[in-house]
Design a protein around this ligand. Structure first.
Ligand code: PGA
Length: 248
């Protein structure tokens, strides 16, 4: 049976002190469940203290550079994250693709570099409203997955967490219906089966993201091919976050 994985994505919210207050309030209230990974992606400035403070929460980074080091002003490397014992890294979020020129190629380089360092990429994919309305979601997402997994071995592919996030549902309050979310997550799993094999497809974790809240998470996670959620807005408030991860 696949585990479930719920990760908050704080984006550019919360100072280090605010993050610590949140973790102090939330960490001990996470209901122990060996089948659920409960995490939060925090800004770089909060990573070090958050890692030290969290006992139950998994602390993820929201981005990383694929080069080990170099003249890349403002970037953060994998060794820098490893030194803080960070394991999970969100890559290719649509906001980074749209506003910071991330491409399937750079996302793939990041995934390869993370896996080579025994870290876990949370690889985001998802279509715009225009593509959704043109009924081209399947081709779009399949292409993102094919390019994102380029040269990744089957053994490594299993370790990746895929987050399917329709851009039109992010921060808009417009959640994709559980049926739509399931349909696309199934397409993603089938694509993984065709790129690798059924074994990899059966093991890989696929999250849905886009306006997930405590009120709708249960229905979303009840879908056969959805193993978790990547949650922005509703992960920022302690009670709301606890409502997400203690949803049962
Ligand atoms: P949202 O964001 O939950 O606020 O829609 C999701 C995301 O961007 O990962």
């Amino acid at each position: 049976m696949r585990k479930q994985i719920i990760i908050g994505n704080w984006k550019m919210y919360k100072t280090n002190s605010e993050a610590l207050n949140f973790i102090k309030e939330v960490d001990s209230k996470i209901v122990k469940n060996s089948n659920l990974i409960a995490g939060i992606g925090v800004p770089f400035t909060a990573l070090s203290d958050a890692k030290k403070a969290a006992k139950n929460l998994v602390i993820a980074a929201e981005n990383v550079h694929f080069e080990k080091e170099g003249a890349y002003t403002g970037e953060i490397s994998i060794p820098m994250l490893k030194d803080l014992n960070v394991e999970y890294v969100i890559i290719g979020h649509s906001e980074r693709r749209e506003m910071f020129n991330e491409t399937d190629e750079t996302v793939n380089k990041k995934a390869l570099a993370l896996l080579a360092n025994n870290m876990i990429p949370v690889l985001c994919c998802g279509e715009s409203l225009e593509i959704f309305e043109a009924k081209k979601t399947k081709e779009w997402v399949e292409n993102q997955i094919t390019k994102g997994f380029n040269q990744i071995s089957a053994a490594d592919a299993k370790k990746v967490v895929i987050a399917y996030e329709p851009i039109w549902a992010i921060g808009t309050g417009k959640v994709a219906t559980p049926e739509i979310a399931q349909e696309i997550c199934k397409i993603v799993r089938e694509k993984i089966a065709s790129l690798y094999n059924q074994d990899v497809a059966n093991e890989i974790l696929i999250q849905y993201g886009g306006s997930v809240k405590p009120e709708n998470i249960k229905e979303i996670l009840n879908q056969a091919d959805i193993d978790g959620a990547l949650v922005g807005g509703a992960s920022l408030i302690p009670d709301s976050y606890l409502g997400l991860v203690n949803f049962k």
